[in-house]
Design a protein around this ligand. Structure first.
Ligand SMILES: Nc1ncnc2c1ncn2[C@@H]1O[C@H](COP(=O)(O)OP(=O)(O)OP(=O)(O)O)[C@@H](O)[C@H]1O
Length: 243
């Protein structure tokens, strides 16, 4: 699966919020077709990593490359280049319907037929959204809003899909449903995915490779299967030995 040039490469990324250094030279690579996870505790810098890739927070130094070329620093240009984000807390457009939210996500596409095809793919993955296509997004359940946020990100036909804590605040049964669909997104659409999660177990089960971030630094990386059974990871992120 791994090739020479990563589709997405973050090199020595530094992000400051005033006096707080949220990322202290973090690097990671994502190869085409992979699901890569970044796990870490509250405040480790996971959302900052995603927002910096999207150009939504400025970087102090470092490089972000897509297919070896620097990504633009404006969010809408990043989306046009092929990177979409499903943000932390979903952030769907509450006063718009499901269909209108999906249309908003399709802004880089110009042909009507392409947009409709993309919508069909999203509805195929999340039939619950089709059933609720005319419902206002603000009235959807948390799980449905998460599906819509992922669907909206997919509408731009990204080459890399970024997911910021898709499990946040959801019941385990809904998390399982969403993570099953993410496996489908990866397999069915061949979608490359970078996911950041506090739910380390789910993220490691979903991904092929993973990075561990601690106070702005990548401190460990490896095959997810191996990290799942690493005693240090078990103790720090998986709630000890209990099975
Ligand atoms: N806009 C901001 N202004 C100032 N400090 C910020 C801002 N956003 C984030 N931070 C700080 O940067 C650090 C990293 O935050 P970030 O949101 O990236 O962490 P995270 O790993 O995504 O955490 P969580 O899992 O809780 O969402 C934290 O110390 C946070 O308080």
């Amino acid at each position: 699966m791994e090739e020479k040039t990563p589709i997405l490469s973050v090199k020595d990324l530094v992000v400051n919020y005033g006096a707080i250094q949220a990322l202290k030279g973090a690097s990671l690579d994502v190869y085409r077709g992979e699901i890569v996870a970044v796990i870490g505790a509250n405040g480790a810098g996971k959302s900052t990593m995603m927002n910096a890739i999207m150009g939504a927070v400025p970087r102090a130094s470092g490089e972000i490359l897509l297919d070896g070329r620097p990504l633009p620093s404006k969010s809408y240009l990043v989306v046009k280049d092929g990177v979409s984000l499903s943000p932390e807390g979903r952030k769907v457009f509450a006063p718009l319907t499901v269909l209108e939210n999906l249309d908003m996500g399709a802004f880089p596409l110009s042909d009507r037929a392409g947009i409709e095809k993309q919508k069909e793919e999203v509805f195929d993955l999340f039939p619950r959204l089709l059933e609720r296509k005319d419902q206002y997004a603000g009235t959807l359940s948390g799980g449905e809003q998460q599906m819509l946020a992922i669907g909206r990100a997919l509408m731009a036909k990204p080459r890399v899909l970024l997911l910021d804590e898709p499990s946040l605040g959801l019941a385990p049964i809904i998390i399982n449903e969403i993570f099953k669909e993410l496996t489908q997104v990866n397999r069915q659409l061949g979608m490359t995915i970078l996911i950041v999660e506090q739910n380390a177990k789910k993220a490691l089960q979903l991904s092929q490779r993973a990075y561990v971030i601690q106070t702005g630094r990548i401190v460990m990386e490896g095959r997810s299967e191996e990290l799942l059974h690493d005693p240090e990871i078990e103790a720090a992120y998986l709630g000890g030995k209990k099975k």
